[in-house]
Design a protein around this ligand. Structure first.
Ligand SMILES: [Zn+2]
Length: 272
């Protein structure tokens, strides 16, 4: 893990440009902060609310997982383009709500304490059919949008010559996506989809994929876990990543379409 800065390091006027590639040891699986679309600048008058929402999104989408640390305050404030006061207030709000905890000392920082109640299964698991009906037409729209977007992102990624780090990041996300734990599967899946979108090299596409993943998040988390579906998904994920790494845009597009169609059928089925 690149522990490039604990919490606040006064006087270190970090070069704005180089806040990506974190000094020496890039670990693609751990804190690939740069590719995360929700850390984009906050615009508009509700900086506090938007900052809270961005942090919640980052947790929900698995950009920062349970037990993992948020990027350093200075770096995060810079990425979100909010003041450190606003960022601290947002973090404090989520700390009070039990989602984040702050630890002191050299290995300190702000850590994700528990997954948000809406995602994953367990006691209060929402009924997928009910959620689908609640979304109504918005569900069809989101599924159509997702199909075009994610398959386009996969094709674009296959068209690019990816760096070694980008390739490693994809492979690591793919390996992690074969997660069978119903509590974390959803997050691992969405991390892979975001990794593909990030590999497209288009921040706008990556942000749009993150948005659509969030729109469908509660529903996807509520889908009953069926081993056969998971096997099928795992195989499609592997084929998408293989096609991207092999530089096969058509293959990547087709498999991603097929994958989105599979989920769409399941979800539309829930609408009855
Ligand atoms: Zn998937």
């Amino acid at each position: 893990m690149p522990i490039n800065a604990g919490t606040a390091e006064p006087g270190v006027a970090a070069a704005r440009v180089a806040s990506d590639g974190a000094a020496s040891a890039p670990d693609p699986s751990a804190e690939a902060v740069p590719a995360f679309p929700v850390w984009r600048p906050v615009r508009g008058g509700n900086a506090f609310e938007i900052t809270v929402a961005r942090l919640v999104q980052a947790i929900k989408l698995g950009m920062v997982r349970v037990g993992e640390r948020l990027p350093a305050e200075r770096e995060l404030a810079e990425r979100l383009q909010v003041s450190r006061v606003t960022l601290r207030e947002a973090i404090a709000a989520l700390r009070d709500a039990g989602y984040l905890e702050s630890r002191r000392g050299r290995t300190g920082g702000t850590f994700v304490r528990s997954a948000l109640p809406a995602s994953g299964s367990g006691g209060g698991r929402p009924d997928a059919g009910e959620l689908a009906r609640e979304m109504g037409d918005r569900l069809h729209d989101a599924l159509d949008f997702r199909r075009v977007l994610e398959s386009g992102a996969a094709a674009l990624a296959a068209n690019r010559s990816l760096s070694a780090i980008e390739r490693q990041h994809l492979v690591a996300a793919l390996a992690a996506s074969r997660d069978r734990d119903p509590l974390t599967r959803r997050v691992s899946d969405s991390r892979l989809h975001l990794a593909v979108a990030a590999a497209s090299g288009s921040p706008s596409l990556a942000a749009a994929v993150a948005d659509v993943q969030l729109t469908l998040d509660r529903l996807l988390a509520a889908i009953p876990v069926i081993t056969r579906n998971l096997d099928h998904s795992d195989a499609q994920h592997t084929r998408v990543v293989d096609a991207i790494l092999a530089g096969d845009p058509n293959g990547a597009r087709l498999v991603m379409e097929e994958h989105c169609d599979g989920t769409a059928e399941l979800l539309r089925g829930l609408l009855g």
